[in-house]
Design a protein around this ligand. Sequence first.
Ligand code: C5P
Length: 227
Amino acid sequence: PRVAVIVVAAGSGQRLGAGVPKAFVGIDAHTVLRHALHGVFDGPLAQVIVVAPAERVGDALTELHEAAGDRHELASVVEGGATRQASVAAGLHAVWPDVELVLVHDAARALTPATVFTRVVAALDDGDDAVLPVLPVVDTVKRVDGDVVVEAVDRSVLAAAQTPQGFRRAVLEAAYARADADHTDDAALVQAAGVSVRTVPGDDRSFKITTPTDLDRARALLRPDAP
Ligand code: C5P
């Protein structure tokens, strides 16, 4: 395929406090990772690379094969690193030669709809080098110094970054080859390399499961009677 999706699932999930890596926590009958993979496999045809904690590679393979169905030949698992950036770099090394577009997705954004993957690929096909799904910021945001408010920040010029973030493969590889600092997402990393990043609309359901409250929200959304 011309598209690869790297699903980073190698985080420890300490803020969730579930005692197992976050991607392997159950939301309902299925784990965070399995739900994330459902969105991925419902999206554009792609090579799918799951980046898992070393001790969970076997579990990730099981999840991946069950989610992939007849696309299982497109799917593989690699071992992650100490930071998200190191985990993405490990995934990038496993991308097949014919792939032109690479999407990087947080497994923790488990309920991301397939339409977002389609939208990101469409924007790359329109010629953008780097594509970031965003949502408007709804809270009033302050710049602070410790517990002192320094100033209010105009939220109309802010956007909340989500995943999947999409890149022309050569652009992402070049940025990773040059990366010297740790960035919390790939859009920041390519931007630091001088690439301009275009936004597309994100989705409410793409929120990142980080705290127990987020997990409750995901559970509520998956109930059969959810709105
Ligand atoms: O910690 P946070 O929720 O921001 O992590 C975002 C995503 O990056 C998660 O899906 C997590 O599993 C992944 N990650 C990773 N390797 C790390 C740290 C985070 O794959 N070392």
